[in-house]
Each structure stands twice: as C-alpha cells, then as structure tokens.
Design a protein around this ligand. Structure first.
Ligand SMILES: Nc1ncnc2c1ncn2[C@@H]1O[C@H](COP(=O)(O)OP(=O)(O)O)[C@@H](O)[C@H]1O
Ligand SMILES: [Mg+2]
Length: 503
C-alpha cells in the first residue's frame, strides 16, 4: 500500500478515466463535451446501465445489514439490555475456547456473522442497532476476521474471532453476542464480549458462564509463561509460552545444604500442600535468591521449574516488571503456581525519584499481601544486589520468608563444576587440581567458559578430527591463564569474577 506505484511513472495510474458531465443548462457545449457526447448507438447501452442501477438500488434495500440481521434475529429482544464482559488481551484465546465450548451445548444453535470496517473503531452492540444515523460509519456484514493465537508451548494455535456477531438461539430464546479482540490502535486493550438478551439476568448469566469456562479451560494453566519480551508494540501486554526446562539435580552445583533449603521451601510445601492446608498452615511463600552474578540463581530457578511439572510458572523480568499486577492475577487464577521475578533489584530503581523508594517493589509486596494465605503460590525472587533491597524487605517483613545466598563456589564445588562442564571432553586429571586451586573467587559461569576455551584450544591444536576432544593439563592451564589475564578483565567482569564489576 502507501506510495508504491508498481514502478510506473509517478502520477500515472492505469485506471485514469475521462468522465462525461452533463453541460449546465443554457451554456453552449464546449468542444470537449461535444466530442464526448454519446452517439445514438450508445443509447441502448445507457438504458441498460440505467436499468441496472435501479435494480442494484432496489437490491441494496433488501441487502442484509447488521442492523437488519440483529432485528430479525432478536425480535422484541432487540430492545433488551447489553451486558459487557472484558478480559485482558492475552485471555483472547481462552475466551474463544470458552465460547466455542459453550456454543457446542445442544441447547444452543448459532450463526456467526462477520463484520467489516471494525478496525481502529470503538462501537458496541447498541451502536449497531441505530443504522439511520450515520450508516456509512457503521460496520457492514462480511467475512469473519480470524487470528491464530498461541495456545501452547509447542507452537499450538487456536483460531480466534477478531470481530464478529454471534446470533444465538438458546432454548428457543434469541440472543446476540458481539466479540472483539483487543485493538491497541483503536484504543481498546481488552477482549470484549457484549451480550444482548431479553433481560439483564440472562446477559449476566451468559457472561458468567463464559468467564467460568475460560478459566476452567485456560491454556496457560500448568504451563511456563512469561510476560512481555516483546521488542515492539505494547510491552508486557503479551504472554509467551516457554517449554519447561529440564535440568537434572547433578547439573546444579551448590554448596551443601543450599539446594535442600530451596527445595524444602518451594517443592516441599507444594508436595505436602493438602496436609499443610488441612492443619491450618499457610502455603503462600516467598524466597529470595541472592549472590554474585553467574553463581546459578537463574539456573536454580530453571531447575525448580523442571521439578514443578503441572504447576503454572509465571516469569517476569526486565521490561515486563511493571506487569506485576497482571502476573499475580494469573498466578492466583491458575494455582498451584510459581511466580519468578528475576533481578528484582531492577524493579527498585527505574522510577527512582526517591532513591530507595522502590515503588514497584512495594507494589509487588502489596500484591503478595493481597493473595490469600492458603493459595499454593510461591514467589521466587533473584537479585545480585540484596543490599539494595534490604530496607524495603525489612520494612515489610513476612512477604519474603526466606533469603538464601548463592555464594561463589569453594574448591569442592569448583572441582564438581569442572567435572560437570567437561562434558564429553577427555580431560587430563592433572590439570584439574591446578585449575581448582588457582580459580579461587571465580563463578560457576566462569568455569563453564573456561572448559569451552580449553576445548577450543584442543580443537585448534589437535591433528585428528576423530573421536572426542582431548584436553591436556597444559591446555586447561593455558585457557585459565588467558581468562585470568589482564586482557580478559572485561570478560571476567561480564562473567562475574570478584572485584571486576563493570563500572
Ligand atoms: N551453581 C551452578 N551449577 C552449575 N552451573 C551453573 C551454576 N551457576 C551458574 N552455572 C552456569 O552458568 C550459567 C549462568 O548462570 P546463571 O544461573 O544465569 O547465573 P545468575 O542468575 O546467578 O547470574 C548457567 O546457565 C549455568 O550454565
Ligand atoms: Mg540471573
């Protein structure tokens, strides 16, 4: 669209036409008009054309319009009340699934009527029943606009109505629903369903049934979803599915007791949910993982996600942190659930008119407060900067019941990490002890990178391309030297080695 003209000369259009006009009475016809005046031979054609016009006009009268369709279908109920329901835009797929299931009931039959010209315009069902005012401004009847929306982590989609009328007969009573998806440019952020029924009770009942079915069949239940992550468009408006990570317990190297603590709080409570609830214990819980970057906070969160099959996981990070309220409402609706808020310190400062005020953090704590104690909801917060959060958390005790430090790995953990990230490399045992000794103060992610560097050296220096890569003790030591070298200062800072924080 726009200014594309198919490569032709600017200004030229292939559909340029000469229009004949009837000369104003009295004036002598101009030369142009004379030359274009229809010949006698054209008279028949003109007559036929005139007749066609009359027929078209007559047909236009009984052409189906939205207004007529509604009046015809509803009869006297056309004067009934309109009841509204709205859902956040990411619920569109659930609303459609609910609607389709609801319509399948044998007590109901329906006709789906597509609307045209609905984009970027706000109108309601009531507006469609007053056609005489500005008929040109109202949508017409046309094809049903559909969109395939994500419905699962493996690329599943569900076909959803963008804008249409459902003319429904339910137990011989007519009713109409107007369904609209969100339309940011039209100033409508929500999915809207309007019901026109003979009485308000019916409308309210229909919407309540749809709401219950949308919740019951919610595609996000038991899935891993995140808010935001959209580069363009409405940040945070969208929910994205993720496949559930599977990280084995051995792939997570933490000092003794740390993982057990985390597991008891997050998994243990979930496992003994019923017994705890029965004995009046609260299930809602908050856990803060803190420690230097690259020590495995995110890794631990991913491990827990894998263990919590069937639990709804809602991830919030970066730009989506303002969607805390939405995320909490999803978590509440789809329990048991785990809300993961990564780098929670970032939500503190971004609106930092008052340093340390953490308006979003307080909002989060409020949301956590607002959730029922007996709901099985766990909050897992991670941060590299527990010091920044301390005041806010101390002022609001009881939201985060436990703070667990994920420290830099000691020698024993460093050894396990080297063995873990060695993968299928053949590693000379002699090199390992040296590396473990000399890598005091580095993080897990540093050691992971170290093994890759060593493998790369081996690949570059090995003559055979057959079999597993063999890394000598010398290559491992050399890779460590390279990483520890001054020239790698930035890399070290990025991978999280102490005293090397980027400015
Ligand atoms: N404790 C650990 N055990 C095993 N691997 C780890 C550990 N910590 C970090 N890693 C590795 O380093 C990567 C980055 O760590 P990450 O969990 O993102 O650090 P953090 O969130 O603490 O900054 C992980 O994906 C993982 O491969
Ligand atoms: Mg992290």
């Amino acid at each position: 669209m726009g200014w594309y003209n198919g490569g032709r000369m600017p200004g030229y259009t292939s559909r340029m036409r000469v229009v004949t006009t009837v000369p104003a009475s009295g004036g002598a016809p101009s030369q142009l008009e004379t030359s274009l005046r229809p010949e006698l031979a054209d008279a028949g054609r003109l007559a036929r054309r005139a007749l066609r016009k009359v027929v078209t006009a007559a047909r236009a009268d009984d052409r189906r319009t939205v207004d007529k369709a509604l009046r015809e279908h509803l009869g006297p109920a056309v004067n009934g009340p309109v009841v509204n329901g709205s859902w956040p835009s990411y619920e569109h797929v659930n609303v459609q699934i609910a609607l389709d299931a609801w319509l399948e009931d044998p007590s109901r039959s329906h006709e789906l009527v597509g609307l045209t010209g609905f984009q970027h315009r706000m109108f309601g069902l009531a507006d469609l029943i007053v056609p005489e005012v500005h008929p040109g401004m109202l949508p017409g009847i046309g094809n049903v606009a559909m969109a395939n929306l994500p419905a699962g982590p493996d690329g599943q989609t569900y076909s959803c109505v963008q804008c249409a009328l459902y003319l429904i007969v339910e137990s011989e009573q007519p009713l109409a629903l107007l369904v609209r998806g969100s339309d940011d440019r039209g100033g409508n952020e929500n999915v809207l369903v309007e019901a026109l029924t003979a009485d308000a009770e019916t409308g309210a009942r229909v919407l309540a049934e749809l709401r219950a079915m949308a919740l019951e069949r919610n595609v996000y239940r038991g899935q891993v979803v995140s808010f935001g992550g959209q580069m363009f468009g409405q940040p945070g408006a969208l929910m994205t599915f993720h496949s559930r990570p599977t990280i084995s317990r051995d792939a997570l190297v933490l000092p003794g007791g740390v993982l057990e603590q985390v597991e008891a709080q997050v998994l243990g409570v979930a496992e003994h949910r019923e017994r705890l609830r029965a004995s009046g214990q609260h299930l809602k819980r908050g856990l803060l993982l803190h420690g230097p970057p690259g020590t495995g906070k995110t890794h631990t969160a991913r491990y827990l996600m894998g263990r919590l099959t069937g639990v709804t996981i809602v991830i919030l990070s970066g730009e989506a942190l303002h969607a805390i309220t939405l995320a909490c409402s999803v978590a509440r609706a789809l329990t048991p659930s785990l809300v993961i808020i990564e780098d929670v310190d970032l939500i503190g400062d971004d609106r930092g008119m008052h340093p340390g005020a953490h308006p979003l953090l307080f909002q989060l704590l409020n949301e956590m407060d607002g959730l029922g104690e007996d709901l099985d909801i766990a909050f897992l917060l991670t941060t590299n900067r527990a010091d920044l959060l301390e005041r806010a958390l101390v002022q609001r005790p009881g939201r985060v019941d436990q703070a667990v430090e994920i420290p830099l790995p000691e020698a024993a953990e460093r050894k396990r990490l080297v063995e873990l990230y060695c993968g299928r490399l053949e590693l000379d045992e002699a090199g390992i002890a040296d590396v473990v000794e000399r890598s005091h103060g580095v993080t897990a992610s540093f050691l992971k990178e170290l093994l890759r560097r060593a493998a790369l050296l081996a690949a570059q220096e090995e003559s055979s391309t057959e079999g597993p890569l063999r890394v000598s003790g010398e290559q491992l030591t050399r890779a460590l030297d390279l990483l520890l070298d001054d020239r790698s200062r930035l890399t070290r800072a990025l991978l999280g080695s102490p005293g090397e924080q980027p400015a």
